[in-house]
Design a protein around this ligand. Sequence first.
Ligand code: 13P
Length: 257
Amino acid sequence: MRKTIIAGNWKMYKTINEAIDLANNLKRELFKVNFAAVDVVLCPVFTALSEVAEVLNETDIQLGAQDIYWQDEGAFTGEVSGLMLKDAGCRYVIVGHSERRQFFGETNETVNKKIKAALKHGLTPIICVGENLQERESNNTFKVIQEHIKGGLADISAQDLLKTVIAYEPVWAIGTGKTATPEQAQEVHKFIRDLLRKMYGEELACSIRIQYGGSVKPENIAELMAKPDVDGALVGGASLKVDSFSSIVIKASEVLK
Ligand code: 13P
């Protein structure tokens, strides 16, 4: 049994006050329903983490960050460590998002270091993998995913892998309104699970949660979640609005797995 996980990646949106408002409104909206079947995670910008942590205190909604640096402290201007994210109240951290790979030089090696740093501090890394349009059109999707998984997970033990979440986010579906079809998502999720089966064995492969990300909306969450290897969603744009994000959480919790 894998518990559904719905995470909101707020990207570089929301000032502190806006983030507090959004978290408060989501808290109020989700309080009205029973979302016990779903892990819900909010990932605001660094500057809003502490305040959002305060809003979420004593709720079942968890806090996550959008990135992490692998050293605990030091002369690394602009970076934030796992120690500091833990201190701010985080339980999760997104690692290797395609926007970081694309615009900030993230590689499978740095992703691997960041996963290890997150685990060291008891943070659950949400490990993002996914091909871009050119890679998909040249039939290299599985090759790219395999490189992301194998490189990112180098030297990660089975015991540690159990404390992670994988997010499949096809780059061509992010922020484009062009969602992968449920069949396309399932195909890659199954490929990832089969790969993990080869690397870590049956039991672990069946336990690990794989989220889908890329233009997830209230209108498409149910059909995505209905696929056997889709265990949740990493939501960008639709996580910035109370109505759409709470509706995604509710609809995901209604899909019987
Ligand atoms: P969108 O939901 O806006 O396509 O973003 C997906 C994403 O990148 C989540 O990490």
